[in-house]
Write a protein that binds this ligand. Structure first.
Ligand SMILES: [Zn+2]
Length: 90
């Protein structure tokens, strides 16, 4: 019984490892439908453990009342009427 549980855990290991990745649905589907073909399981496992592409997130502190230009995205001071970067009305 314990061996069966271990084998089930081992079969779904790629799904468990990749459940919070961007392509989680693909990993789980590959694991469930082609996991029995060993090569499908290996591909799902490799897919689950490979690193995701780096996507940087830039955090910008905005003073109260500050806005961003809707044309170029530059920060505009709270009292500005025109964007200093592109000259458009803010
Ligand atoms: Zn602008």
């Amino acid at each position: 019984m314990l061996t069966l549980l271990f084998l089930i855990f081992l079969y779904f290991l790629p799904s468990i490892l990749g459940h919070n990745k961007r392509g989680a649905a693909g990993i789980i589907l590959l694991n469930v439908f082609l996991g029995w073909t060993v090569i499908g399981w290996v591909i799902a496992l490799i897919w689950a453990v490979t690193a995701e592409p780096y996507s940087p997130v830039r955090v910008v502190a905005v003073p109260a009342g500050g806005r961003f230009c809707c044309q170029c995205g530059a920060f505009a001071h709270p009292n500005a009427h025109f964007c200093t970067a592109c000259g458009r009305t803010v």
